[in-house]
Design a protein around this ligand. Structure first.
Ligand code: DP6
Length: 320
């Protein structure tokens, strides 16, 4: 009745932004991501260890904020008549700051719960359960380059290329600490309701997805760089066009983009992407990662950096 799972966040190269069905948390668009390696969430789910209600201890502290979504996810997997669960989670990177901490958390939650309750659900069912809690979480069930597609009924997720088949490195520039002002879910709703660019964003997604998929299958770094930066800037343009505008960047975000532009001008295979926060993820080939890392670390306003390769999907690591 107790199991531990480990999950890593993923970073979308072709972004998910917008919901087709808010109640089911069904994305309006497909997406393509990379699962990371060095950033981890380790979660233990104990289905008999709680008092009267579900409890979540996150990095040693009781957490109430994410609890309703965690309980809803457990209800979906175990049914509403289940007993309370005790959950302990350790995360080695900043939470709710645009580093996909919720993706890793819900991926770990569904995998640990599946093992603790002996549900024997397959990976796609677990990805769907994680995605119903947080859209991007469905992708963290899979390793390497992952594509999520939306069907009228539900989502489908698959690994397009495994993590070892095309090794890339990611340098994360942490440009602010502390949680973001508005959750991605809320910001997506605001974009859908108020941004004049939202409909065009949804319509143009399939072309970007096809281009990114081909670039990954052909290991075409420049093509992947071009389509990824475009998807990122397009998503942020949708946000900036919302009322009130949603701006997650700070000065260091732009400084990092300029550093990447300079590296590209100098002939380095590198590109950036930014999610719902000021952090910048810089993707490059492993052989130039030392050089890229030192340039990103030295960029104005960057508080700290993390470096990671691509990693595996969420998995069970123990029963305690
Ligand atoms: C900018 O998965 O956090 O990171 O489904 O509302 O939980 P919810 O949204 P979430 O949104 C992720 C948005 C993004 C882009 C992406 O990861 O594709």
């Amino acid at each position: 009745m107790r199991a531990t799972a480990i999950a890593q966040p993923n970073i979308a190269l072709v972004k998910y932004w917008g919901k087709a069905d808010i109640l089911r948390n069904l994305p309006a668009v497909g997406s393509l991501s990379i699962t990371l390696d060095a950033l981890t969430t380790t979660m233990t789910v104990d289905l008999q260890g709680a008092g009267r209600a579900d409890e979540l201890i996150l990095n040693g502290q009781i957490n109430h904020k994410i609890m309703p979504r965690v309980s809803a996810c457990l209800d979906r997997l175990l049914g509403k008549n289940r007993g309370p669960a005790a959950i302990r989670s350790e995360c080695n990177f900043p939470i709710a700051a645009g580093l996909a901490s919720s993706a890793a958390a819900f991926a770990a939650l569904v995998v640990a719960t599946n093992a603790a309750a002996d549900l024997s659900l397959d990976k796609l069912s677990l990805a769907r359960a994680a995605g119903a809690a947080s859209g991007s979480a469905a992708r963290s069930l899979y390793g390497g380059f992952v594509e999520l597609s939306v069907t009228p009924e539900d989502i489908a997720v698959e690994s397009v290329v495994e993590e070892n088949a095309w090794p890339l490195d990611v340098i994360v520039a942490v440009n602010a600490h502390g949680p973001k002002a508005m959750s991605s879910g809320e910001a997506m709703q605001l974009s859908a309701q108020t941004s004049p660019f939202y409909d065009r964003w949804v319509k143009s997604q399939d072309v970007d997805l096809a281009a990114a998929r081909t670039a990954v299958l052909e290991r075409d770094f420049s093509k992947l760089a071009e389509v990824s930066e475009h998807s990122c800037l397009k998503m942020h343009s949708v946000m900036w066009g919302s009322r009130p505008p949603v701006v997650y960047w700070n000065a260091a975000t732009i400084a990092c983009m300029e550093s990447v532009r300079q590296m590209q001008c100098d002939g380095l295979d590198v590109f950036f992407t930014v999610d719902a926060g000021p952090q910048v993820k810089v993707i490059c080939l492993p052989e130039i990662a030392d050089e890229v890392h030192s340039i990103v670390r030295g960029t104005d306003g960057v508080l700290s950096t993390m470096r990671t390769a691509l990693g595996q999907g969420a998995r069970v690591v123990g029963d305690g």
